[in-house]
Design a protein around this ligand. Structure first.
Ligand code: SPV
Ligand code: MG
Length: 432
């Protein structure tokens, strides 16, 4: 009996997959390599079904004899182990992003005289269209909330973008870029206190109350499916915080980040230019543990944000606080810095990595913005938040338009920078 290998993610199964399996079965004993969650999340998008679920489905398909995990996009490691006589694939990979993967398969098969068999691609099935259809169905609070923890398990770095209304939520949800054979997108959204306040024309001093913040969160929830991390400022009074945790959890928010400041909160990027006070370790730890006691599920995350570097209290203080907050139940730690260089962040990361109960680490490279995601990941960050970039790009563009209309007493001159009317009318489907 000849050995036949094929690989698939099997997140959405359609008759094209069955075609490939049927062809494989004609050739011999079929082993299917199911791509792991890590592989799918790394090159395409968050898988709808977990690896175990996908493996179970494939194992029960007619014509499949064995199922194994394929832990890389590259087939070669599994091919080396299996030395199949045939690899079967749709002929669509001759061009486009998967071309290199294909070439490596041919090269590997040549070593033992194996053959690549390509079946004509099944026309009329568009995974992108199926994806869109699934997206339209939406999500549930529970599954959205849980997704942040899943992302932390399967992605080396979770990428988060600021959203402050429905439209920016849609940008965070839908923007995709194809690069190096991978489809890149944001994994989650950050509802920043700075941007939520700024969008409302208010200062970032915990003035916008939770009811108003919940309206923003609802607008974002309404049109997106990705997880939300809420900037919870100081978390307010301990007694209030416990209630607020339940509210957020019920809505399907995945995490709240609270910062260890007390009194009138000012934005961290002011640093010591303004009067801001850090909370005591005891008080803040109590806030974390009361919040943890209040939550109903195991999915919601309370993330403790350490302001020691912002307030020039030093690295030792930051590390001492990290240990205490983790002991109080913090599900992750955020370390913030206002410096242009990442040195103090890297120093913190180095020590943080050695903590016995290390939890995921969140960084916000607003000031040290030349640092790349790969560098942050190598330093030990697990979540990167682009905290204010959509509002900072929108404001100058809007201001320029307003000035141009005043200057020219008509809108012709600014029109070249504007989205065509036809496009804005159809930007959000369903308006016609
Ligand atoms: C926010 O986005 O509101 C933050 C991050 O808290 S920072 O503005 O850098 O303090
Ligand atoms: Mg904030």
């Amino acid at each position: 009996m000849k050995k036949v290998y094929l690989a698939m993610s099997a997140d959405i199964i359609h008759h094209g997959h069955i075609n490939v399996i049927n062809k494989a079965k004609e050739l011999g004993e079929v082993t299917v390599g199911v791509l792991t969650d890590e592989v799918i999340a790394g090159y395409k998008r968050f898988p709808l079904l977990s690896f175990e679920e996908r493996k179970e489905i494939i194992a029960n398909l007619k014509g499949v004899d064995h199922v194994i995990a394929q832990e890389t996009l590259d087939y070669v490691p599994n091919l080396q182990k299996l030395k199949p006589d045939y690899v079967v694939h749709g002929d669509d990979w001759k061009t486009g992003e998967q071309r290199c993967v294909r070439e490596k398969v041919i090269e590997a098969l040549r070593q033992w005289g194996g053959k690549l068999v390509e079946v004509p691609y099944t026309e009329g099935v568009s995974i992108t269209q199926l994806d869109e259809a699934v997206h339209k169905i939406g999500t549930t609070p529970q599954s959205r909330m849980r997704r942040l923890r899943r992302l932390l398990e399967i992605k080396p770095l979770v990428r988060v973008l600021e959203a402050h209304n429905g439209l920016t939520g849609l940008i965070a949800e839908k923007t995709k870029v194809q690069k190096d054979g991978k489809l890149k997108e944001f994994d989650a959204m950050w509802i920043s206190s700075l941007c939520d306040s700024t969008a409302k024309g208010k200062p970032d001093i915990e003035l916008v109350d939770l009811t108003s913040r919940l309206n923003t969160i609802n607008d974002v929830l309404e049109v997106t499916t990705k997880p939300i991390i809420l900037d919870g400022d100081t978390g307010g009074q301990v007694e209030h915080f416990a209630f607020n945790v339940k509210t957020l959890e019920r809505l399907g928010v995945s995490a709240i980040i609270i910062e260890d400041k007390i009194g009138l909160k000012k934005n961290s990027l002011f640093g010591t230019e303004v009067q801001q006070n850090q909370d005591s370790i005891e008080n803040f730890s109590r806030k974390i543990s009361e919040g943890k006691k209040a939550q109903v599920t195991d999915d919601f995350m309370i993330i403790a944000r350490i302001e020691s570097l912002i307030l020039n209290a030093g690295l030792d203080d930051a590390l001492k606080r990290a240990e205490a907050y983790i002991a109080a139940g913090a599900d992750a730690i955020m370390i913030h810095s206002k410096e242009k260089e990442p040195d103090e962040i890297y120093a913190f990361c180095d020590h943080f990595a050695k903590l016995p109960n290390r939890v995921p680490l969140v960084v916000v490279p607003s000031s040290y913005n030349h640092v790349t995601e790969t560098e942050l990941m190598e330093a030990g960050a697990n979540i990167v938040i682009y905290a204010n970039h959509l509002i900072r790009s929108a404001y100058p563009a809007m201001l320029k338009t307003a000035q141009s209309i005043l200057e020219h007493e008509r809108s012709l001159e600014c029109s070249e920078n504007l989205m065509p009317i036809k496009e804005i009318l159809t930007l959000i489907p369903g308006g016609k």
